[in-house]
Design a protein around this ligand. Structure first.
Ligand SMILES: [Cu+2]
Length: 329
């Protein structure tokens, strides 16, 4: 038997024996992205809208240091916290057809999670950590043509990622310039933006305190403001609280304008702002939300070096320092 004949025969046998499922397509997408030093976090599925065939799968890769989940809730299901899950997590290679939720749990640093889609339908997917990180999968019957290829989605993911990272770096640059031009006692504690696609929403957030460090005099009050539309941050001095982020520590009071306030009298003292975050967007038919607590003030009564962090995002480098000089210096 010639080599060529053997090869032809093998191919023919393979074509006859291999079941149709082999032609199911394994699609690829990203959950999250970040810049080189993790300061700018893209809280987005990239791309966040795909058209696939029933029987296909999608594998999401989680390249960032910030956690995300890939979660398909049942239609109309009440959104749970990330810790609660849908409930809990479901294994890699779970199937989703709308009848039971699928949840990867928190993934980071290059982990992957694959979902199979056995039935036609239009399905929303979300990240339980980031409320404005959503997407849609359109699962079509095998007889229908798909509008896009994997190459199209790769290009779209790249373009969306680059656009969001660029927006983030422009914002970070503006914050640094503003802090240089107006040195004072104001610190920005995060910023960001939400953008929409046909499939849902995507967010980019700056996970940095600006300026850092800040230099003030004893007796001064430093004010932190979070201008991110959706992402919470904390300002936490001293002993890092263990476990999930807590409400403000007992030594935090509330100023007449609603901002939180504490007094620090020694560099070892602990104080925790609690969440600083804009309130949820109002929706017709629901009670309007409060104005939210986005500001925290600390009065420093003695000179020294005071280190702090965001309890939620210190793992991606969101830390800061206040240098307090003696009054009059
Ligand atoms: Cu933070």
């Amino acid at each position: 038997m010639s080599k060529r004949y053997a090869l032809t025969l093998a191919t023919a046998v393979a074509v006859i024996l291999v079941p149709q499922a082999v032609w199911a397509t394994a699609w690829q997408a990203l959950a999250g992205a970040q810049n080189f030093d993790e300061a700018i976090q893209v809280e987005a599925f990239l791309p966040n809208e795909l058209w696939i065939h029933a029987g296909d799968s999608i594998t999401w890769t989680f390249p960032a240091g910030e956690i995300h989940s890939l979660t398909f809730l049942k239609p109309g299901q009440v959104r749970p916290s990330n810790g609660t899950g849908c409930p809990g997590t479901t294994p890699d290679q779970s199937s989703f057809d709308g009848s039971a939720c699928v949840n990867s749990g928190s993934l980071i640093d290059g982990r992957t999670y694959t979902v199979n889609f056995p039935a036609a339908g239009n399905y929303k997917f979300v990240c339980l950590v980031h409320a404005n990180m959503t997407g849609a999968v359109h699962v079509l019957n095998q007889s229908e043509a798909l509008p896009h290829s994997q190459a199209f989605y790769d290009e779209q993911a790249h373009t969306q990622q680059a656009g969001l990272l660029k927006d983030g770096s422009i914002q970070l640059g503006l914050l640094k310039t503003r802090a240089q031009q107006n040195p004072g006692s104001q610190v920005n504690a995060g910023s960001g933006e939400i953008v929409a696609t046909g499939g849902g929403t995507q967010t980019v957030s700056i996970y940095r305190f600006t300026p850092d460090p800040i230099v003030v005099n004893a007796g001064d009050t430093v004010e932190w403001t979070n201008v991110d539309p959706v992402t919470s941050h904390t300002v936490t001095f001293g002993t890092r609280p263990s476990g999930p982020p807590q409400p403000p520590s007992a030594n935090v009071t509330v100023d007449s304008d609603g901002a939180r306030h504490a007094v620090l009298g020694s560099p070892g003292s602990s104080v925790h702002s609690g969440f600083l975050v804009a309130e949820f967007q109002d929706r017709i038919g629901l009670a309007q939300t409060d104005i939210g607590v986005t500001r925290f003030r600390v009065t420093f009564t003695i000179p020294g070096t005071f280190d702090y962090l965001c309890q939620i995002h210190d793992q991606v480098g969101m830390t800061g320092r206040v240098i307090v000089n003696a009054a009059g210096h």
